[in-house]
Design a protein around this ligand. Sequence first.
Ligand SMILES: Cc1ncc(COP(=O)(O)O)c(C=O)c1O
Length: 380
Amino acid sequence: MEGKWRIPFNRPSFLGNEQAYMAQAIANGHISGDGLFSHKCHELLQKILQVPRVLLTTSCTDALEIAAHLLELQPGDEVIVPSFTFISTANAFVLRLARPVFVDVRPDTLNLDERKLEALITPSVKAIITVHYGGVGCEMDDILEIGNRHGLPVVEDNAHGLFGKYKGKYLGTLGCLATQSFHETKNVICGEGGALLINDPKYIERAEVIREKGSNRIRFLRGEVDKYTWIDLGSSHLPSDLLAAFLYAQLEVREEIQVRRQRIWNFYYESFREWGEQHEVRLPVVPEHCDQAYHLFFLIMPSYEQRQRLIEHLKSRGILSVFHYLPLHLSPMGQQFGGKIGDCPVAEHVSDRLVRLPFYNTLTEADQTSVVNAVLDFDC
Ligand SMILES: Cc1ncc(COP(=O)(O)O)c(C=O)c1O
């Protein structure tokens, strides 16, 4: 699909030692999970982020499922999730038989609206799940304060936000658990991949077991027990060391990746600032206290009809732009949990109007200029 576009929406690329490290993983004779490169990724992420334990997983979805398992939810327990997010943010908890309670997002950052949180908290609510949309931090001080006051764990779905910061602290280090994505559309990638960041050490031992098919194999490999066996529920959540090798090479050039993406983001922002004001097209908002992760760039068009026409207009120039989340409370599953039109008006409004522009590490200035010119030529 992507191949037919002059400028695709996303394009994965080699940026460093990916191929050499994958060859090395094979030469090491270990391409299943938790080989040399998985350990290198764990150690590097733990060191940069200062997180007690990082565990690679096969996706962010997978990491969310481990997080949901760790919270020991009982059937009928409720978790608060933003409506404007990816399916997995809610689905992971529903798999543990919890009910999602959808909260609307802020009109500026499109992050969970912390001002609407407290009204949704009942004795059935057992956790709050935040999403740092586009890698711009949620209002974590308020969210954590509300969580603490009600004894509720806060899990950060940080799929977009690796290396972003909120008030000087890395996103993904603020909740008791956090999840990362290394899907090919993210900043740092390995095709399909993710990580669980464990900030509260009480979860470490059980997370290691759940991730290894419900076994204590990881302790056996560390020489802590003399055999391993089935001790809990779990599944197979480890990525191949081939993927970890790819990921490690990308992590090594993380600063270059972030510089490239910052340039792309700033170029879009500066190019559309005035035009946006003139045509009532909204650009992303990044609060002063947030260092964003430069994950994506979007425009919010004045109407659904204009958004659809813009996507078609860009297609006619060989450029693929895409919409983003459909509000989860209005999805067929969300409606089964009682979601109805009007519950989350901001999510509903934005979802119809938002368009994401091509954004990938090797997007050239010439191609980006073509995208910008095509948008500026659009007859609003
Ligand atoms: C907020 C959010 N959470 C979770 C995911 C799922 O990530 P993955 O594809 O790594 O499972 C996505 C996907 O883009 C996402 O946007």
